[in-house]
Structure formats: structure tokens, C-alpha cells
Design a protein around this ligand. Structure first.
Ligand SMILES: C[S@@+](CC[C@H](N)C(=O)[O-])C[C@H]1O[C@@H](n2cnc3c(N)ncnc32)[C@H](O)[C@@H]1O
Length: 248
């Protein structure tokens, strides 16, 4: 199995420190948007892809989720997820599995497949969607967030054009149409993500038999109290959310 960057030395500890901040993009923007897009979870069976430390699954259990399966590549993430979800045993199972190997998972007939901040790590999106479709009931829903295509497009140079006062005035999109692999680095560890345009993401979903139900590009328009904390969201979204239904 491929090795997760989250299992490289110090990476997980540094990531955990970052996530401990209650005023984070994850807590203020990502989780509330996911909750707003998810259907009523009472009595539902949900699969979370790239589940990380299980924070989302714990949140979904608080919304009466009946049973959850979490899949992640990282052993460190899953060890922490087992601790975070202990109160909900035996209503979940966790699997160290690459999303690329989703067909190896025995469970199927899910009502909902969710994923937060993980699909931009996937090279072959059509193959992933085919595997997800096989795991969903007909009429089941796929709800995911990923780095926005205008963010995954970045390939080098200055992301922002700034004025003389060093204020961000425009976000550069010069590599938007060049789809494919991107070399990234976080906490000094190199890893790869994959850029697809919004049109490719949506067309791949339609071709895989999904009907698009809603898109979201949160920019805190309705939460002005957070706008000064997340200045990056003033001109552009950093996350793309898609809610889609398996129709065939
Ligand atoms: C940014 S973290 C998000 C974790 C969690 N969903 C959250 O939002 O808190 C991305 C997660 O995707 C997982 N991941 C990356 N590539 C993966 C792959 N190919 N298969 C399974 N999980 C993967 C990582 O191990 C990591 O836990």
C-alpha cells in the first residue's frame, strides 16, 4: 500500500497542533458547510473517505447517524480516530485502505458517502467515482469538499498580486487549464495533489451516473464576524463542495 504523508516523521503531530486551533478553516467553514449539505442522518449508514481522525464522524453521530465506516490511508490518523470515536462503538468500523482500493471494502449499500478535504489527493477521479457508486444504494448521496480548483491550479510563483500596501488585490489563475499532478510541500514534507477544473469534476460526476444537487463555495458572506480572521476568503473561495445523487 502507498504510504500516507500524514505518517511521515513529525507530520501528524504538527497537523494535530494545527487542528487543535478552534478558529480554523475546518471548524468555521468546512464542517458547518458539510452539515448544511448532508441529508438527515438519523438511521443512516455512511461511508467517510479520507476520514482522518474521525472528527467528522463524531459530528455525524451527534446527528443520530446509525452506522459509519471510515477509510483512510494513514495509520496515525486511524489510531486517533479510534480514540475519538470510542463512545460510539460498536456503531462504526475503521479501515486502513487507500481510496484507490475502495472495491476491497466488504461493506456496501451506503445511504451516504462523505469526504472532507481529501479528493484532491486522488489521481484518477473517474475511477474513484465508479468505486463510490458501487458502494452507494440507488438514490444514495455523495457529499464532499475538496480544495477548490482555483487553489489546486497553483504551480509556482506568487499566488497573489499585491498592491503597494502589500494588500492582496487579485488571485492568479495562470495554471488553471493545466490539469494534472502538482508537487506540494507542507511541514517540509513533499507530496502530490491533483488539479482538475470545476467543469471536469462536474462532468466526471455526471458521466459516473450522479445528478448534481448543490454546489457550495463558502466565503463567509453570511458570517461577517469571521471575515477578518479569514482574509483569504474575501476575494475567492478556497473550498469547493459538491452534493450529488446516484441516479443510475
Ligand atoms: C486534510 S486530511 C482531512 C482529514 C479529515 N477528512 C478532516 O477533514 O478532518 C486528508 C486525509 O485524506 C487521507 N488520504 C489522502 N490520500 C488518501 C488515499 N489515497 N486514500 C485514503 N485516504 C487518503 C489522509 O491520510 C488524510 O487523513
Amino acid at each position: 500500500m502507498q504510504k500516507s504523508v500524514y505518517d511521515t516523521e513529525n507530520f501528524f503531530e504538527l497537523y494535530q497542533k494545527l487542528r487543535a486551533n478552534p478558529i480554523s478553516l475546518n471548524n468555521i467553514v468546512e464542517k458547518p458547510t458539510m452539515l448544511s449539505l448532508l441529508p438527515d442522518l438519523a438511521g443512516k449508514k455512511l461511508l467517510d473517505l479520507g476520514c482522518g481522525t474521525g472528527e467528522h464522524l463524531a459530528l455525524y453521530f451527534a446527528h443520530q447517524l446509525q452506522f459509519a465506516v471510515g477509510v483512510d490511508l494513514s495509520a496515525a490518523m486511524l489510531t486517533q480516530a479510534a480514540k475519538n470515536l470510542a463512545d460510539f462503538a460498536p456503531h462504526f468500523s475503521l479501515h486502513q485502505l487507500a481510496m484507490e482500493q475502495l472495491d476491497c471494502l466488504a461493506e456496501d449499500q451506503f445511504d451516504v458517502v462523505s469526504s472532507s478535504f481529501a479528493f484532491h489527493y486522488m489521481a484518477d477521479f473517474p475511477a474513484l467515482l465508479k468505486a463510490i457508486s458501487a458502494k452507494l444504494k440507488v438514490n444514495g448521496q455523495l457529499i464532499f469538499s475538496q480544495e477548490h480548483p482555483i487553489v489546486t491550479a497553483y504551480q509556482g510563483g506568487e499566488r497573489w498580486e499585491k498592491n503597494e500596501q502589500k494588500e492582496q488585490v487579485a488571485y492568479r489563475l495562470n495554471f488553471y487549464r493545466d490539469e494534472g499532478e502538482r508537487d506540494r510541500s507542507w511541514f517540509k514534507q513533499p507530496f502530490k495533489t491533483y488539479h482538475r477544473t470545476t467543469a471536469t469534476i462536474i462532468n466526471n460526476l455526471i458521466q459516473a451516473g450522479f445528478q448534481i444537487e448543490q454546489l457550495a463555495e463558502p466565503m463567509l458572506v453570511d458570517q461577517p464576524e469571521w471575515q477578518s480572521e479569514f482574509k483569504d476568503l474575501q476575494h475567492r473561495p478556497v473550498l469547493l463542495f459538491v452534493k450529488a445523487r446516484k441516479v443510475r
